[in-house]
Design a protein around this ligand. Sequence first.
Ligand SMILES: [Zn+2]
Length: 207
Amino acid sequence: MNLVFLGPPGAGKGTLAGLAAPYLNIPHISTGAIFRKAIAAGTQLGIRIKANIDAGGLVDDPTTIKLVSERLTLDDAKKGYILDGFPRDIVQAKALDTFSKVDKVIDFDIDDDGVLARLAGRRVCRKCGFNWHITFNPPKIANICDKCGGEVYIRDDDKKESVKKRLEVYRKVTAPLIAYYRGKGILVNIDSRGGIEPIFAAFKRIF
Ligand SMILES: [Zn+2]
């Protein structure tokens, strides 16, 4: 099952992917994690990506497409995947169509106020990358990841000023993908205003 998770930052995509990936036994592939891995590896590519992100910009389409297409050739992605953060625009969506066949696109439906409320509480594990939320999905011990004991922190791009900018970019650049995938007849909506449990329940009703 090849899935794309589509929705604004803070819609709960990453959190749901953390639950849905083991549920369907397919990998959760996020561009954020791919970029962080490239940066940590310290390659030329990683250095360029870091410069892009630090400047508040986005990683360019050719670089992103190359990294994702390479990731999809790994063994664990042969039986399926959940793509999170990709495709981000029509150029990437059309590229994806050339190297993989998407079965379903889950559209996480939430307005900007809902996003701001959700992102204010979002925390990420520094070690395993799991997404926590201080209201909707808190770790048992504050700031410590239940899964791996890693430190749970606020990502820079979850801070309010960058959230507003990312929302603007999403509505302009990424939201047109909703019509693109609806046209292909593979779009499924999930109401993403509440906590993670109702979102996961709605997801399980699809599969
Ligand atoms: Zn962790």
